[in-house]
Every structure is written in structure tokens, then in C-alpha cells.
Design a protein around this ligand. Sequence first.
Ligand code: SF4
Ligand code: SF4
Length: 378
Amino acid sequence: MKYRKFGKTNIELSVLGFGSMRLPVIDNNQANINESEAIRMMHYAFDNGINYIDTAYPYHEGQSELVVGKALKHRYRDKIHLATKLPSWAIESYSDFDKYLDEQLAKLQTDHIDFYLIHNLHANVWPKIRDLGVLNWCDNIIKSGKVRYVGFSIHDTAILFKEILDSYNWDFCQIQYNYMNEDIQVGTKGIEYAYQKEIPVIIMEPLLGGSLVQLPTQIKQLFDNAGKDHINMALQWLWNKKEVSLVLSGMSSMEQLVKNIEYASKASINSFSAKDYDLMEKIKNEYSKLVPIPCTKCRYCLPCPKNIEIPHLFGLYNDAVVHKDKSQWLYRVIYNNNIPEDRRADACIKCRKCEAKCPQGIKIANWMPKVHSELYEP
Ligand code: SF4
Ligand code: SF4
């Protein structure tokens, strides 16, 4: 296993973290974790160098934290860095912050969380919990010793990411990032900004919810022709970057775990050759051709009089269409949970002010009903 120093802390974290949102389950029931197999996998991970485990309040309908707590109890708790997340969307008052943290400590059978994240900050929830005093509360939980380091996770734009990053002395942050998401959500601009501020970045969805594992045939062929393992290349593309501290993978089987540990043993900054960069550029270009809306995220179309984040919605739509089989659900969750109702695609009044400014000539207003019908779930 390879390790990287984590930001301004003196902690060395394994480059691969164990994500606990896709644990093995029984009868395809997400609330029914195959506990013995999940714990066997976690112990194998810990015994083979992984020293960071990530869970969250809602994973596996609340069961993930319980299983992680059982796996860590006794001989592993002091050796492994435990991360979990505050359900930001559930907070209604200041006292709710402590209520959820105390419940999580009990479920995890521990007196402290090493890395605590404010989960899934987005344009809808951030102003609300900021005004309820979340940043003051972060100071308090560190002082009390219940939490060692605080961070946040986000699936929103680079603009909101910067605003949140600049609003507090965060110890770390967590974003969705992979070779197909360089310009989507926080993207490359965001990780470079965090690096410049010496805030370590943890990567989630490195394989885009499995979409970069089950590739379209013509894309997989490009990797095969180059004699490259497509999963290894997707992970090494991340570890190659100095801005990436740790890559989380939500593993569902022992086979995946063993393979990922093998990949992580080769992780290295600046390991890519000129040939590797060329191959990944070619693959990104070919993959992008499968994308329906040719939006470059230049943002010239904004502001929209209805405050619709046009490039963000187009990004969600494109990903939902391209990765229909594997991760469409993820983009629907983001659209329905994170985008305020009055800023969704169906709020478009077809004024077409945006279209006059779009250098790609995209008929934005015509796409809006398609975006909404693809992503909206009543
Ligand atoms: S056409 Fe729709 S998306 Fe474009 S500026 Fe007008 S309301 Fe906004
Ligand atoms: S102007 Fe066009 S290409 Fe640029 S972000 Fe808006 S829709 Fe996308």
C-alpha cells in the first residue's frame, strides 16, 4: 500500500480508502447488509494497508455505520481512521447538529470520529445550515474532542465549492472526480484551488458509479488495443495527480477489494508517460462524442433570469444519458435532492436570452424539457 501525507496534519493516509456505501447485501436489499462478508472484507482491507474507512448516516438505510462500528471494535479502532458524515439535509435547528453526531457515535461504538464531513453540501442546503451556525458548531466539536478533523463533501459547481472552501478553515474536502468529470461539478479547477490552499482532497466516484468499469464497447477497445487495464488506468489517472490525497472506492466484493489493493500498490504521483496521457486524451475525446449536449461549461449563457444553472443541469443530463445503465440513478438523486424546484429545467420560460450567448450554438431552451423528463422523479 502507498501512503500520502494528509494536508497540514501529520497523518499518512493510504491512497485507497474503503467506502462503505456499496457493501455486499442479501436479496438485493440495501438495508440487509451481508454483515459477515462485509466485516471480512473490511478486516482484509485493514490487514493489507488500508487505514481509512468512510461511511455516512444514510448509507444502506442507516445500517452501514452499525456494521462499520462492529468491524472496528476491539483491535482495529485505534489503527484505522474513521470518517462519517452529518446528514446536512436533515438539519432543522442548531440542536440537530449534536443530535445526529451523538447518534452516530453510538452507532459506531466510539467516543470520537477522526474525519467528520458535512455531507452533500449544495446550493439548496448550504445557506440554510450556514445560517443555523454549522461553522461555529464545527469549532465546538473539535474542542470537545468528539471530532478530530472537519471537512465537507459536495456534488455542486466549482463556484459553490470555492465559496464553501473559503468560508472556513476546513481540514479536508471530498468531491466526485474521475477522467470523465474534469469539467463537471467541482472538476480540475476545484482540486487545483484546494491544493493551492493546502486543503487535501478525497475523491469519490473514481469509477463514476461503475460506468468506467462497464465501458461502451468502442471505448473499452481503445484500452485493450493499448494493452492497458481500463480500471487500473482510471485509478492511476487520479493517483498520478499531486492534488489527490486519497481515492475512495465503494467495494461490493472481496474480488474488487483485492484488485483495488493491487492497483493502489502501484500508485505514484507523475507516473504517467506521454503515451499514457495521449491514450487518456483520446479516450476522453471518443467518450465525449457519445455525449448528447456539446456543452463546454464556459458559462457564457449565465445568468438565466430563472437562475437555472444551465451547464450544471446539462452536465447531469449528459452523464445520466451516457452512463444510463450504471449510474443514471446518481444524477437523478442529485437533480431531485439538490436542485431547488424553482431552478430545475422545467422552470425555463423559453426567453432564449441564454442561446444568444452560447458559443456552441446550443438550442438551450429546446433541451430543457428533455433534461427535466430524463432526470425528474416524482
Ligand atoms: S431560455 Fe430558459 S434557460 Fe435560457 S435564459 Fe431563458 S429561462 Fe433561462
Ligand atoms: S454557453 Fe453554451 S457551452 Fe457555454 S455553458 Fe452555456 S450552454 Fe454550455
